[in-house]
Ligand binder design. Structure first.
Ligand code: SF4
Length: 272
């Protein structure tokens, strides 16, 4: 589903980019895309995301005594490779079979970690119950809040009778424990949307880390809700044209905007 926006409306994906780096959002919403979307890492990200969407089915079908095998994951990967061009025809337009083979070989190096994560979950009743719930729906739910003037689509909104839990997929490495701060804020944004739509509190959610096959539970905290509300106001200002200060971080080393970001602000307008 495509998200149509009203004036001043923001998407949760824009908030997520802001959590990563406010400057990135500034460049992105002005349409500056210095690297082709069909880069090797972007294709890998899309394939991993598609694979992760099927993890709940892998878990649902596995017996608690069985480990998830290399073969299970390879079958899943081959199935995704078969469909990927139909799901992302624009992004895949110039991607050759050789490139897809290389990306697939690279993804196979994550299989031991995925097997370990999914095999542990196959013996975890809470995650098995969650997987069964996730398998009941086959599309991303559209969430919208007039009060926040915000829209977004998480991977799923799991319902266990009394409570709702947004679930998102991330394709980067997970932290040793818990979830990254940005991922927690991302989940909190969806929780606030879901609450406003459904009129009941959302107290937790899950991040599914595709590379390691791990579901991580997130408790929604008041401090994160407050931060999300502040961030919504800041994102609106950035979209209206306010350039945020540059914040040096480890992300800058691999950032696609780094060349532009190192130019003095007065010169940046010349790029647009
Ligand atoms: S170079 Fe650093 S500060 Fe600039 S956009 Fe990238 S991550 Fe943000």
């Amino acid at each position: 589903m495509f998200l149509t926006k009203e004036k001043g409306q923001i998407q949760v994906s824009e908030l997520s980019l802001y959590f990563s780096c406010a400057r990135k959002l500034y460049y992105s919403c002005r349409g500056y895309e210095p690297v082709s979307h069909s880069s090797f890492s972007y294709i890998g990200h899309l394939i991993l995301k598609e694979m992760a969407m099927s993890y709940p089915y892998v878990l649902k079908d596995s017996s608690s005594k069985d480990d998830v095998t290399f073969e299970d994951l390879d079958n899943l990967l081959l199935q995704v490779l078969d469909n990927i061009k139909m799901i992302y025809p624009v992004e895949m337009e110039y991607v050759t079979a050789e490139i897809l083979d290389k990306v697939a070989d690279d993804l196979r190096t994550y299989f031991p970690g995925m097997q370990q994560g999914l095999s542990a979950h196959a013996k975890d009743t809470e995650i098995l119950r969650l997987s069964e719930t996730l398998c009941l729906h086959d599309s991303e739910p559209f969430l919208s809040s007039e009060k926040l003037n915000m829209i977004g689509m998480p991977y799923r909104l799991a319902e266990n009778g009394v409570s709702l839990s947004p679930v998102i997929i991330k394709t980067g490495n997970p932290p040793e424990n818990g979830v990254w701060l940005n991922d927690r804020l991302h989940i909190t944004s969806f929780a606030m949307l879901a609450e406003d739509m459904n009129g009941r509190p959302v107290n937790s959610g899950y991040v599914l880390y595709a590379r390691s096959g791990l579901f991580r539970n997130v408790i929604i905290r008041s401090t994160d809700r407050r931060y999300v509300l502040q961030a919504i106001g800041r994102v609106r200002k950035i979209k209206e044209g306010k350039m945020p200060d540059k914040k040096e971080s480890a992300l800058c080393d691999t950032c696609i905007y780094s060349e532009m970001c190192h130019v003095k602000p007065s010169l940046i307008s010349k790029f647009f």
